[in-house]
Design a protein around this ligand. Sequence first.
Ligand SMILES: Cc1cc2nc3c(=O)[nH]c(=O)nc-3n(C[C@H](O)[C@H](O)[C@H](O)COP(=O)(O)OP(=O)(O)OC[C@H]3O[C@@H](n4cnc5c(N)ncnc54)[C@H](O)[C@@H]3O)c2cc1C
Length: 426
Amino acid sequence: MTATTAINAITDPASEQTRLYEVCDYYDAESLLTGDERRILCRLRSFLDEKARPLLADHWERGEFPTELVQPLIDLDLMEPAELTGAAAAAGAAGADGAHVGAGSVPARGIYQGFRIFELARTDASLATWYTSQAGLFRTAIRVGASAEQQREWMPKVIDFSLKGVFSLTEPESGSDIAGGLSTTARREGNSWIIDGAKRWIGGAASADVLAVFARDVADGQVKAFLVDRQADGVTLEKIHRKTSLRMMQNAHITLDGVRVPESMRLHNVNSFRDVAAMLRAMRSDVAWIAAGVQAGAFEAALRYVKERQQFGRSLGSFQLVQEKLARMLGNVTSALSLVVRLTEQQAKGIYRDQDSALAKMQTSLLMRETVALAREVVGGNGITLETDVARFHADAEAIYSYEGTHEINALIIGRALTGESAFTR
Ligand SMILES: Cc1cc2nc3c(=O)[nH]c(=O)nc-3n(C[C@H](O)[C@H](O)[C@H](O)COP(=O)(O)OP(=O)(O)OC[C@H]3O[C@@H](n4cnc5c(N)ncnc54)[C@H](O)[C@@H]3O)c2cc1C
C-alpha cells in the first residue's frame, strides 16, 4: 500500500458527515469552521488527493514544481471564495478580507485561512509554501504596505492571481540581521527610483510578474518597498540549485543592477523597517500553520504505515515502543494545532503582538522537527524513500524550520518581550 492510499483511507472528504481531520485534529478544532468553509476545504482535499499527490515524489526528486497544478489551484478560488464573500456581505461584514483589516489585524476568516494552509501543508510543504507566497507574503505586502488607492488597484489582481508577486527581503549577506543589515539601495531620480543590490532565497520569483523589493533609501536611510517588474532591465534571476529541502519550490538569487522603478510602484505606506516588521508578524502566523500541517501529514502517513507493516508476526503499531512514538506525534500535532488556532483567534480580535506569532512559529517548528523525525523513524528503511510521504515531509521540514525567522531569532523576540531587554546586537 502506498502512503497516498493510506492517507485517503483516513477521511472521506466527499461526505459532510465525516470529520476532515478525524485523526490529526484530536480536540476537534475544525468545529470552528462554518459549513461553507468545510465544503471549500473538501474541494481542496479532493483536488490534492486526486491531482497533486500522484505528482509529488517525481517532481520532488527532479527538483521541479508541478506547474500543471498552478491554474487548477487558482481556479479553486481559495483566497476569497465566492461562497464566503457572499455570506460575509449578507451578514453585513466587509467583503474582501483585505478591505477591512489594517496593519495590526488579520481577516475575520482567519480559522478558514489557517486550515487552508494546514490542508495544503498536510499534503506537501512546497505546495503550501507556493500558495502562501502569494496569499500570505505578497498579499500582506500589499495589504500593509500599499496606500488605499494602490490597494484598490492591485488587491483584486492579487486575489485572482492576475498579478503574481513575491516577497524579496533576504539578501546574500543579511538573513537574520536584515533589519540593520539590509544593503540594497534605492535612489530617487525625479519621478523614478534606481534600485541596486541583491536578494536571496526568493520563493517563486521565476514565475512572478513583480518582485516586492525592500531597499534602503540613500537619502534618509529608511527601508522602502517597490514592486519591481521581474522582466525590467537590470533584473537577473538565478535558480538556487542542489537544495535538500523543499526541492519542488523554486528559490531565486536576484541581482538588481540600476533597475528603474516609477514612484507609482513604490508601496506608499512603507516608510521604515517598522512597517516591514508589521508584515513579518502576519506572515509568521501563516508559517506556524504550515509547520502544524506538515507534521499532521507526516503523522498520518506514519500511522497508516505501522498499522499495515508486519514484523515478528504482528503489526508495527501493536508494539509498545511504537505506540509511545505515535502518542508523542499526536501530542505534538495537537499542541501545534491548539497554538495556531488560539493565535488566530487572538489576532482576529485585534490582539496582535510580535512575540505571539514568534512564539507560534518557534514552537510549532520545534514540534514539527520532532514529529517528522519520529514519523521517519517508525517507517524504518522505507522512511527514507519517496515511496512513503514521510521522507518528503522529513526533508522539507528543515526549510520551514529556518525561513520566516529562525528558531533563535524568534526566541530573541520572545526574550525581549519577557525581559524588556533586547539581545539583538543592532
Ligand atoms: C526555502 C527558503 C525559502 C525562503 N523564502 C524567502 C522569501 O520568499 N523571501 C525572503 O525574503 N526570504 C526568504 N527566505 C530567507 C529566510 O527568511 C532566511 O533564510 C532566514 O531569515 C535566515 O537567514 P539566513 O539563512 O541568512 O541565516 P543566518 O542569518 O545566516 O543564520 C544562520 C544561523 O545563525 C543563527 N543566528 C543568527 N543571528 C543570531 C543571533 N543573534 N543569536 C543567535 N543565533 C543567531 C540563526 O538562527 C541560524 O541558525 C527563504 C529561505 C529558505 C531556506
